[in-house]
Design a protein around this ligand. Structure first.
Ligand SMILES: C[S@@+](CC[C@H](N)C(=O)[O-])C[C@H]1O[C@@H](n2cnc3c(N)ncnc32)[C@H](O)[C@@H]1O
Length: 228
């Protein structure tokens, strides 16, 4: 196996490393390490893509506005852009260097020149607070899940107040979807208990990797539609 570093940079939120791994069989994969924590690779991105497709399947109509929280390797954002009903995809990403590498085309999954795409270097929590009632879908994948944080400061996102802020960034009827590397029934229960949320679902998505079976999860909830 050989590993080639494509980018390494340090900033206020720690170090971010983008690297390419080539196996002895010639398979080539991208990997992302954030603040010393393995964030993801592109061996199987089916659940990162499902984060977008499952949420958008629950959004009727077109002209849809989508927020993606965490850029990563760009798979969730790319999948949202692949839906022709989507008019705008904002990505909130903490790591400025990663956004810069995306702009240089170093994330091959991401159609970075799509005019509907806007990349913002910011904490998604701040972006949510600044965007009341704006989005049809908010897709959060900033950690390995609520139980395995990349940054301890992200814990607030999964608190009652953080979830309420994410719901408030949706227009009435809009969909919040959160990715997790493990089933997250506690998160689904917390979301269900919030005022103004309906239709909470907890999808468990099995993935086979290296001969092992993993269970990832997506928690979805809808901001209650406006009264007629
Ligand atoms: C697992 S990756 C996202 C993967 C992405 N769904 C994909 O399809 O490639 C997590 C990303 O979230 C970013 N991140 C972590 N905390 C964040 C925060 N509070 N606000 C914005 N981005 C954050 C990380 O820098 C990393 O790029």
């Amino acid at each position: 196996m050989t590993v080639t570093e494509l980018g390494r940079a340090s900033g206020p939120h720690g170090e971010v490393v983008l690297r390419r791994r080539t196996t002895e069989h010639g398979a080539v994969h991208l990997e992302l390490v954030v603040d010393g924590v393995f964030a993801m690779d592109d061996v199987d991105t089916s659940t990162e893509q499902a984060l977008a497709t499952e949420a958008l399947a629950r959004c009727p109509g077109d002209g849809l506005r989508v927020l993606v929280g965490g850029l990563g390797l760009g798979w969730t954002a790319a999948t949202a852009l692949a839906d022709p009903r989507v008019a705008a995809v904002d990505v909130a990403e903490l790591q400025g260097p990663l956004v810069e590498w995306a702009g240089r085309g170093l994330l091959p999954a991401l159609p970075h020149e799509d005019a509907r795409l806007a990349l913002h270097v910011t904490d998604v929590a701040d972006h949510l607070t600044a965007s009341p009632g704006h989005y049809d879908a908010v897709l959060l994948d900033v950690d390995n899940g609520p139980a395995f944080l990349v940054h301890e400061t992200n814990a607030g996102l999964y608190s009652d107040a953080g979830l309420a802020a994410a719901l408030a960034a949706l227009r009435p009827g809009g969909v919040l979807a959160i990715w997790s590397s493990d089933p997250a029934p506690e998160l689904a229960a917390r979301l269900t208990g919030l005022p103004g949320v309906v239709g909470v679902e907890h999808l468990v998505l099995p993935v086979e990797r290296d001969g092992r079976r993993y269970e990832y999860a997506i928690v979805l909830g809808r901001r209650a539609p406006a009264e007629p």
